[in-house]
Design a protein around this ligand. Structure first.
Ligand SMILES: CC(C)(COP(=O)(O)OP(=O)(O)OC[C@H]1O[C@@H](n2cnc3c(N)ncnc32)[C@H](O)[C@@H]1OP(=O)(O)O)[C@@H](O)C(=O)NCCC(=O)NCCS
Length: 182
């Protein structure tokens, strides 16, 4: 049994809806809103169009987290990394542009039934490999964690991921963390 990161496809639409309509998962991501089915379909479309872009103009890399067993590939959640440039259109950019320079920023959301099973460190290692491949100039993998997300703060401390400051996010203060990619 192991984890793989795979392209997001329209076959994932039901599991993606299950994941993104769960407020206990989504309250920790961006604007804390759950997704409609229409938003799920747009996400799948955006993933496909991003997957066709060359690395020099691409800012978003999204993956399906798959738990591989001999007989089945289970959908466990979604992980993305984004370049710092991606955030230019958001207010948070002013707070993060210095501290998160040379950094790709991770967003991860795991289905409740696969949480607390120690998947995150494996996901982080796989994301680092993808950053090395697609954004070889990036030096760090960064995390923006909502102040009230005590679980993710605990997890950052557990995996010794360095706290580097805070930034005003969309909903509340975000704590910033980062680790070297290489
Ligand atoms: C946060 C998240 C990414 C962590 O991934 P994971 O694979 O579940 O993490 P791990 O299993 O490696 O570790 C989770 C730790 O948090 C602990 N934990 C669980 N609930 C907790 C809580 N309410 N407060 C503090 N710690 C908590 C677990 O006990 C575990 O620690 P332990 O192994 O020492 O017991 C995942 O749970 C998740 O997707 N949560 C919902 C969305 C989210 O918060 N995303 C992050 C946005 S920045």
């Amino acid at each position: 049994m192991h984890i793989e990161l795979e392209p997001v496809s329209s076959n994932d639409k039901h599991m993606l809806y299950k994941l993104t309509s769960n407020i206990d998962v989504m309250k920790w991501v961006y604007d804390s809103k759950i997704w409609t089915r229409a938003k799920v379909m747009k996400f799948i479309k955006d993933c496909k169009s991003n997957d066709s872009l060359p690395d020099n103009v691409r800012d978003v890399y999204s993956y399906r987290i798959s738990l591989i067993t001999p007989h089945k590939r289970f959908f466990c959640g979604i992980v993305e990394f984004k370049t710092l440039d991606y955030y230019k259109k958001y207010k948070i950019y002013d707070y993060i542009k210095t501290k998160l320079r040379d950094t790709c920023i991770l967003t991860v959301y795991i289905l409740p039934e696969y949480q607390n099973k120690g998947l995150l460190p494996y996901i982080i290692e796989l994301i680092k490999e993808n950053i090395k491949k697609h954004k070889p100039a990036a030096k760090y993998l960064g995390f923006l964690v909502m102040q009230s997300n005590t679980r993710m703060q605990y997890t950052m401390a557990k995996y010794k991921i360095k706290h580097i400051g805070q930034a005003q996010g969309y909903i509340e203060i975000n704590q910033m963390y980062r680790i070297p990619v290489h």
